[in-house]
Design a protein around this ligand. Structure first.
Ligand SMILES: [Mg+2]
Length: 412
């Protein structure tokens, strides 16, 4: 199985996606997701200018060797651009190997450890009524676990709340929440942590009163609190039995979580912006988190995230793979196969892609009764319609950023 060519496909159905397609001399092909939200062209250049020529002529069956070669031979290790590029190669090689073996990727990874993957969706609302409607709409679409984000009185536009522009129906499904906006400059949102800390516990009290104690509820702090603020929020949310509180502090200072842990038993999920097992090493060893938020796309592929999750399993820490819409259908399929195979699967984020995306990427997973299941099609189970992809050229888009009332840039 010698690699004949590797092509980078940048397409923008509903949003931008970077896909690597590797083809062997025998004509077998595999897909990998290299999408880095808001910085897509950087990964395209990394792949086209520095990786594609290294792949041609290599043995496609040597997945671990390819990973180690791309990671170590660059000398400049880690970082989101490099690791997304390596991830795409890794996914595509697993896709090829599984197709050659005539089995789905999860079988090559050890076979199914469960019958399906519990997934959560994003409910949000500016008011309680809007939020309740959104939760009910998610339940009607089959979700058995739900992330809850709410508007905060006095703040116009904040992370996690679907804006009117992105509310539009998509196959009858609305986006909660697609934050990257097309345009030449990023949108500005506002923020006030004191207002947020006062308001969020009242939201969860209302939601528990309305929907009862059973449904797993999640919340994303999106890196915006100081350690003592995060500790307070975790403590204040304890009566509402959260499945997890996500990214409560900025990820650079991992020591911060020690302080948070000392004050609360609310489970913590961290790591969607991490790139390698090294980012998780101390957090896992010191048991400062309960869920690993790394995605296959941003953690260097199936090979790398599988190792990270097996390490986490030694400490009873589970997976909570990042799954917003900027993880392409290829990346989502890779996560589903990995989630099926590992023992310590926790939950999968699942936002659902738009109709155009589903036409470009033909998928074969199933979603029923709140559970995802990757298909039993050989490989990852996703095919890319290159002609359809060509109909949607790249459009610049940025994630928003936040400012406080006095104009200070704040973590978004
Ligand atoms: Mg998050």
């Amino acid at each position: 199985m010698i690699i004949d060519k590797a092509e980078v496909i940048l397409t923008s159905p509903d949003r931008n996606f970077v896909t690597l397609k590797i083809t062997t001399r025998e004509g077998l092909s595999g897909l990998g997701d290299a999408t880095l939200n808001g910085r897509e062209q950087a990964v395209v250049a990394y792949l086209r200018d520095h990786v594609v020529q290294l792949l041609v002529g290599r043995d496609a069956s040597r997945i671990e060797d390819a990973w180690q070669f791309l990671y170590r031979s660059a000398y400049w290790r880690r970082g989101p651009v490099t690791m997304a590029a390596i991830a795409a190669v890794d996914m595509a090689l697993w896709d090829i190997k599984a197709k050659a073996a005539g089995m789905p990727v999860y079988q090559l990874l050890g076979g199914a450890s469960r019958s399906g993957l519990l997934a959560y969706g994003h409910a949000s609302g500016k008011s309680s009524q809007e939020l309740f409607d959104s939760i009910r709409a998610h339940q009607e679409r089959g979700y058995r676990a739900i992330r809850v984000q709410s508007g905060v009185p006095g703040l116009k536009s904040i992370y996690g709340i679907a804006s009117n522009a992105t509310f539009e129906a998509n196959r009858g499904i609305r986006y909660d929440h697609e934050p990257a906006q097309r345009g030449a400059l990023p949108n500005e949102e506002d923020w006030d942590t004191r207002s947020y800390l006062r308001h969020v516990p009242t939201v969860f009290e209302e939601v528990r009163n309305e929907f009862g104690p059973e449904i797993p509820l999640l919340h994303d702090g999106h890196h915006r609190m100081t350690p003592i603020q995060a500790a307070r929020l975790g403590k204040d949310l304890e009566p509402y039995d959260l499945f997890w509180l996500e990214d409560c502090t900025p990820s650079e200072n991992q020591e911060a979580l020690r302080l948070v842990r000392r004050h609360t038993i609310t489970p913590l999920a961290v790591g969607e912006v991490f790139n390698t097992v090294w980012d998780f090493k101390d957090l896992v060893r010191d048991q400062l988190i309960d869920y690993v938020r790394g995605s296959v796309t941003h953690m260097g592929g199936i090979t790398a995230l599988k190792k990270t999750l097996e390490y986490a399993a030694m400490y009873q820490i589970k997976s909570g793979m990042h799954g917003p819409t900027d993880i392409s259908p290829v990346g989502m399929a890779a996560q589903m196969h990995l989630g099926m195979a590992i023992h310590n699967f926790g939950i999968q984020e699942y936002m659902q892609h738009g109709a155009k995306t589903d036409q470009v990427f033909q998928q074969s997973f199933t979603w029923s009764d709140g559970l995802l299941h990757p298909s039993d099609t050989p490989g990852l189970g996703v095919e890319l319609d290159v002609d359809e992809a060509g109909r949607y050229p790249y459009e610049q888009a940025y994630l928003p950023f936040s400012r406080l009332a006095d104009g200070t840039v704040h973590d978004w």
